[in-house]
Every structure is written in structure tokens, then in C-alpha cells.
Design a protein around this ligand. Structure first.
Ligand SMILES: C[S@@+](CC[C@H](N)C(=O)[O-])C[C@H]1O[C@@H](n2cnc3c(N)ncnc32)[C@H](O)[C@@H]1O
Length: 353
């Protein structure tokens, strides 16, 4: 074999390293969070390896292994002054998003990580096999949350952070100057309801969810001092009717859980609940229409395939737009976010006539 061919094969095979050790890459980030490395470097960096080992109370060998991992991944950096946080970690601290990112890492660690090992079996069977890690007999993750002490609180704390990170595109959506009353279907702990009510002073929101989620929602609403503008409504979102009196129905991180048929049913229920001219908004992460990415959606689909429900998927924009049209909505548009996650909003209107 010619030397150039050999070199090129080695270079190509080298592309496997972050994939082959993907689980290990996550654990470097996870350990850096859990052991307090990034917090320490943010507060006191740059620091030598010896000082880090003392301050984190880690054996020197452990500290060296961790610092090699985080530095090779760009999570930390070293120069003549010592170790400091690398660009993604420093950016999270700089933007005030470090607590949000830590929650997201904890979500991956305590909720998504073990079930991800059931990915191939989930694909083979077409079922969310990873749900076996959470006790219960129901088929969706949400109805199993209350079966493990502390899990519901953990889930909503982390879900709150996912939404806080990604909801600027929702909060700034052009539907809001017009909308007066929003029905937030499966609104969880009211994280989006609170963000919307804060940004749009005349807006009222009803958060509809399971009773377990609404306990968390009432805490969020109370802490925000918005009980006069955000109500809660306990109901099964598949029961077939939504409360009337809203001119906007929001599905936030909701249509990623269910099958195309179920999503169509939910959108038809929303259509019936809306007055002519009323808006529907679908907010979540989307996959590209050309099926090439983005990487975030491609990898997050491991969580969606293994855990929430049998058909959970980060769908393509065009799939979601098709459901809205099929349910009767017109003026169907997409609004992509500008953050590092592929979140966006697909919106439509119930026709006036
Ligand atoms: C992924 S969370 C999204 C929460 C919130 N919308 C957000 O974006 O942060 C999905 C929510 O849908 C709720 N949900 C799932 N199935 C439901 C059902 N059949 N009836 C009512 N709520 C449901 C769950 O309880 C959970 O709060």
C-alpha cells in the first residue's frame, strides 16, 4: 500500500476517537462538574495541578487523569500560569448560564445515561426500552416520575434549565404582541409560562399538565409572583377537549414525545379550542429537512428513542409543518433560534373563515 493511502486511512480512522469514547467524553465533563473543578477554576484559576488536587481533595494521580481529560476535550486549558476553564465552560460562566448547564449535565447523568445503553434494542423493537430503568408499568416516562422519590423534582429542575436555555426564540416570537391568553399544553413546571408572562405584561397563561407537574408549576409561579396571571389546569392532554377562552395554544417540548398520529390528534384538539385567527405554536428542537443533522438533534434522538415514549423523536421541521397544515392551520411558518441548540418555533393560525 502506498504511504499516502496508509496515512489517509489512519487520519480517517482517527475520526472515530470522539465517537468510540463518547461515553468517556461525557464522563470527563460530568466528573469536572461533580468534583467542583470548573467552579474552582472559575473562582480561583489559573491554578497548578498540585493546587487543584489540594483544593478538590483529590489524589494527585486522579487529578492528573481528570485534567488530561478535560484539557484534551477543551473543557479546561493550560498555559504557563496553570489551568483555567476552556472556552465552552468559560462562556457558560460568562453568560450566567453555568447553573443551567450543570442541571443539563445532571439530567444526562441521572436520567439519560443508563437508558442510552438500550439504544440498539430500542431501535430494533421500536420501543423506548430504556424506560426499564425507572420503576412502573406505564409506557411513558412522565407517568413514572412519581414512582421514585426525588425523581419528579430532579426532572422538573433539569427540564426547567433545558427550557430556560432554549426559550428565547419562543419568548421573542412575533405571535406574542397579538396573543392575550395562552394555553400551555403539557407546560411542566411553568418555566415557559413564567418567561412569557414576564416578557409580555398583558399576557395570561394557563398551564395544563398532570397534577404532579402542576405542584412544581405552582412553586415556579409563586416564586415569580405571577399567580394573578398564570393559572394551572390538571388534565390529560389526550382527553379530547381543551379549555376554551385562549387565543394561542402552545406545545413546548411536547410534540417530540408522541407519534405523528398522536401529534395530529393534539393539533386537531388545539384547532377546535381556538377561535378563528387564533395561533398554535410548536416549540422544541428540530432536525434539518435534508436529514444531515444538526449533530445536537442527531445525538439527542438517542434519549428520545430510549426513554420518554415509544415514538419520541426530534422530528424535521417539514414534518411538523405538515401536521399543522393537515390539522387545518394556515399561515404555517418556522422561526429558528439563534442559540447553540437547534430550537425553534413552528407556528400556524386557525383561518378566519
Ligand atoms: C418534556 S416535558 C415539557 C415541559 C414544558 N412544556 C417545558 O417545555 O419545559 C413534557 C410535559 O408533558 C406532560 N405530559 C405528558 N403526557 C401528558 C398527558 N397525557 N397529560 C398531561 N400532561 C402530560 C409531562 O407531565 C411533562 O410535564
Amino acid at each position: 500500500m502506498a504511504p499516502t493511502q496508509h496515512t489517509s486511512a489512519a487520519a480517517d480512522l482517527g475520526l472515530l476517537v470522539p465517537v468510540l469514547f463518547g461515553h468517556a467524553a461525557f464522563q470527563q465533563l460530568n466528573a469536572g462538574c461533580r468534583l467542583g473543578l470548573f467552579d474552582l477554576l472559575n473562582a480561583e484559576g489559573p491554578l497548578s495541578a498540585e493546587r487543584i488536587s489540594e483544593r478538590l481533595d483529590l489524589p494527585p494521580r486522579s487529578c492528573d487523569v481528570l485534567l488530561l481529560g478535560t484539557t484534551a476535550l477543551g473543557l479546561t486549558a493550560i498555559d504557563a500560569d496553570g489551568y483555567r476553564n476552556g472556552p465552552p465552560v468559560a462562556a457558560a460562566f460568562g453568560a450566567g448560564l453555568w447553573p443551567v448547564l450543570r442541571d443539563i449535565v445532571e439530567f444526562q447523568d441521572r436520567i439519560a445515561y443508563l437508558p442510552a445503553a438500550d439504544y440498539a434494542e430500542s431501535l430494533r423493537t421500536g420501543r423506548n426500552v430504556g424506560i426499564r430503568h425507572f420503576p412502573g408499568t406505564t409506557e411513558d416516562l412522565y407517568s413514572r416520575l412519581s414512582g421514585v422519590p426525588g425523581l419528579e423534582d430532579l426532572f422538573y429542575r433539569c427540564m426547567h434549565s433545558w427550557s430556560r436555555l432554549s426559550n428565547p426564540v419562543l419568548v421573542a416570537h412575533p405571535a406574542f404582541p397579538q396573543a392575550r391568553r395562552v394555553l400551555d399544553v403539557g407546560g411542566g413546571d411553568a418555566v415557559n409560562a413564567v418567561a412569557l408572562a414576564r416578557a409580555h405584561p398583558g399576557l395570561r397563561v394557563t398551564v395544563m399538565d398532570r397534577e404532579g407537574a402542576l405542584a412544581a408549576a405552582r412553586r415556579t409561579i409563586g416564586a415569580a409572583g405571577l399567580a394573578d396571571r398564570i393559572a394551572t389546569h390538571a388534565a390529560d392532554i389526550f382527553a379530547g377537549v381543551y379549555p376554551h377562552g385562549h387565543d394561542c395554544v402552545l406545545f413546548a417540548h411536547q410534540l417530540v414525545i408522541w407519534s405523528a398520529e398522536q401529534n395530529l390528534a393534539l393539533l386537531r384538539t388545539a384547532y377546535e379550542a381556538l377561535p378563528p385567527g387564533g395561533a398554535v405554536l410548536v416549540f422544541n428542537a428540530f432536525a434539518d429537512d435534508d436529514r444531515t443533522g444538526p449533530l445536537y438533534a442527531a445525538l439527542d434522538n438517542v434519549y428520545f428513542s430510549t426513554l420518554p415514549f415509544r415514538d419520541s423523536t426530534l422530528y424535521r421541521w417539514e414534518e411538523c409543518e405538515g401536521w399543522l397544515r393537515e390539522a387545518g392551520f394556515t399561515d404555517v411558518r418556522r422561526t429558528a433560534g439563534t442559540g447553540w441548540t437547534p430550537h425553534g418555533v413552528v407556528s400556524g393560525r386557525r383561518p378566519e373563515h
